[in-house]
Design a protein around this ligand. Structure first.
Ligand code: PEP
Ligand code: MG
Length: 572
């Protein structure tokens, strides 16, 4: 699987002996696509465009339009995009921005110039932030600026006309741009700016559309209709590929479609490894995710990231709102739904909790540590979970457990709320994502109903490399034998105690690592809904004897590359 944080943002490389211009970029959404370029560009509005609108009218008009777009995509189930558009509407009407624009117009600047200058100042504040995620929000602010300028000019965006199989090329795309596109016609996205957490990358991954970002020189190299090849695995773009490259790409794309069709044939089948059933569950964060998981015929929900109910809002959801969400998830599947209690902290912040800033948030008051320190918040969530009142179909999972004492404290709180509310507590399990939890798994397994390994965090903690750090992407490979040793120990501890072990990190959906996990005794793989078919198909093709031998040897190797090299020939 390509690492979306990899890639080398270099300039164009033009081959003297052929027409194709290859641009290095960053892989943002896997897959290969070939099609005609469609340029999506900001409107050409001069700084001194005469307008009789006031900024208040412009801001209000922009916010209304963005809210309208949000409602449109929300109806289509594109909740994440809708939330971002609502956030854009808030930026458009931000009083600090209005004040800054007024300062500009007050000294005689034309409105459009004043908007651009104020937006750039706001964007620069974000861009200066060290955290890559926040730094990338500068592009969001600029996106709102473009919408404000369009309103000031009276040229509110029309839906672009996109031909079939279009490769959408842009400097950067905002949610306001992507919602105006018919995604069914988009073969790929390529942008000059943006990183793996940019809006384009998120939309592309959610829709299964290949994408690259950070393709320097792209807009200078394409005009509308230029044939463009986007390689979302290797992170590159070839503008106007020659016949050989086109043929090669067409064959690869055909193979890609054939494989997807083949994977699709495994939908809803029973998955087994060496005669033992493997549950292929889904990771979800929203009720739309639950619907996607049901459509993918997942064997239940292996990870409901409950914190998504708490993010991007002004106050915490009450018991009733949470109960509705948990109940809907539980009712969608016959198999139990695993709800992870709030995993706030680390890279997920909630403004209304007014938590003090931490020096090292990933090593701080995160997950269960935070909820135990905020019993009011925790009790509402536990009461909502107990309110589902279906202990046989619900599992509660505690995140960021680093000791048996953590688990005991979480279980004690759950049991206390069960007594207080007169309900039966559902079985509770542990997310194994700290090295200490993996090493102490035999003790945790004595008390937990299940273990579920979060390889995303386990990898960052084992390799001491922040998972959000743009320059440390190469360290985030769960095929690292150091991680594999902990997975193997955890699964062995689960088996010894008669407790099932799952993996719910992204590595559960990566053929190379999932094969090894099964050999170590992992019984459940919980993956994003779009990978459920691929996982079932992969497991069905594995030769258990060969995989087991490789899995043993993998534990003795020095690094992830050596492991991947060893496993590659065994994969379908
Ligand atoms: C993990 O850490 O592997 C995991 C599944 O949880 P999250 O990515 O939400 O931290
Ligand atoms: Mg985690």
């Amino acid at each position: 699987m390509a690492d979306p944080r990899g890639g080398r943002p270099l300039g164009p490389r033009v081959y003297a002996d052929r027409v194709g211009t290859e641009l290095q970029a960053r892989a943002a959404s896997e897959g290969l696509a070939l099609g005609p370029a469609v340029r999506v560009e900001p409107l050409d509005v001069p700084d001194d465009l005469p307008t009789d609108r006031t900024f208040t009218e412009v801001a209000r008009g922009t916010a209304d339009r963005l809210e309208g777009l949000a409602a449109r995509v929300r109806d289509e189930g594109r909740v994440e995009e809708a939330d971002v558009l609502d956030a854009y509407a808030l930026i458009a009407t931000d009083p600090a921005l209005a004040k800054d624009v007024a300062a500009g117009t007050g000294t005689g600047d034309p409105l459009v110039a004043a908007i651009r200058a104020a937006v750039e100042r706001m964007a620069a504040t974000f861009a200066a932030m060290e955290d890559e995620y926040f730094a990338q929000r500068a592009d969001d602010v600029r996106g709102v600026g473009r919408e404000l300028v369009a309103t000031a000019a009276g040229r509110e965006g029309a839906d672009p006309d996109v031909p079939d199989d279009a490769v959408v090329c842009a400097d950067d795309l905002t949610p306001a741009d992507t919602v105006r596109l018919d995604l069914g016609r988009v073969a790929a996205f390529a942008t000059e700016r943006g990183g793996p957490t940019s809006h384009t990358a998120i939309v592309a991954r959610a829709a299964g559309i290949p994408a690259v970002v950070g393709a320097a020189g792209l807009m200078a190299a394409v005009t509308d209709g230029t044939t463009v090849l986007v390689d979302g695995d290797a992170g590159r773009v070839i503008v106007d590929p020659d016949d050989t490259e086109r043929d090669r790409a067409a064959t690869a794309i055909e193979g890609q479609h054939r494989r997807a069709e083949e994977h699709r044939r495994h939908r809803g089948t029973r998955t087994e490894f060496d005669g033992h059933r493997v549950l292929v569950a889904a990771n979800v964060g929203t009720l739309d995710g639950v619907a996607d998981a049901a459509e993918a015929a997942a064997d239940g929900i292996g990870l409901f990231r409950s914190e998504f109910l708490f993010l991007e809002r002004d106050d915490a959801p009450d018991r009733e709102e949470q109960l509705t969400a948990y109940r809907a998830a539980v009712e969608a599947f016959a198999d139990p739904t695993v709800v992870r209690t709030l995993d706030i902290g680390g890279d997920k912040e909630v403004g209304y909790l007014a938590l003090p800033a931490e020096q090292n948030p990933f090593l701080g008051l995160r997950g269960l540590r935070l909820t135990l320190a905020h019993p009011d918040l925790f009790d509402v969530q536990l009461d909502a979970l107990l309110g589902v009142d279906a202990p046989e179909r619900l599992r509660v999972m505690f995140p960021m457990v680093s000791s048996p004492a953590d688990l005991a404290a979480g279980v004690a709180r759950l049991e206390a709320r069960a007594v207080a509310t007169g309900r039966t507590p559902p079985p509770a399990g542990v997310m194994v994502e700290t090295p200490s939890a993996a090493l102490l798994a035999p003790h945790l397994a004595e008390r937990a109903a299940f273990l579920s390994i979060g390889t995303n965090d386990l990898t960052q903690y084992v390799t001491a490399s922040d998972r959000t750090h743009g320059a440390l992407g190469a360290h985030q490979d769960a095929a690292n034998p150091a991680v594999l040793q902990l997975v193997a120990r955890t699964a062995a501890a689960g088996a010894a105690a008669g407790v099932p072990t799952a993996v719910c990190g992204e590595a559960a959906g990566d053929p190379a690592t999932l094969a090894l996990f099964l050999a170590y005794g992992v019984e459940e793989l919980s993956v994003t809904a779009s990978r459920v078919d691929l996982v079932r198909w992969t497991v069905a093709q594995l030769d258990p004897v060969a995989v087991r031998a490789a899995a043993e040897r993998a534990l003795t190797l020095p690094d992830a590359d050596a492991v991947r090299e060893l496993v590659a020939p065994l994969l379908p």
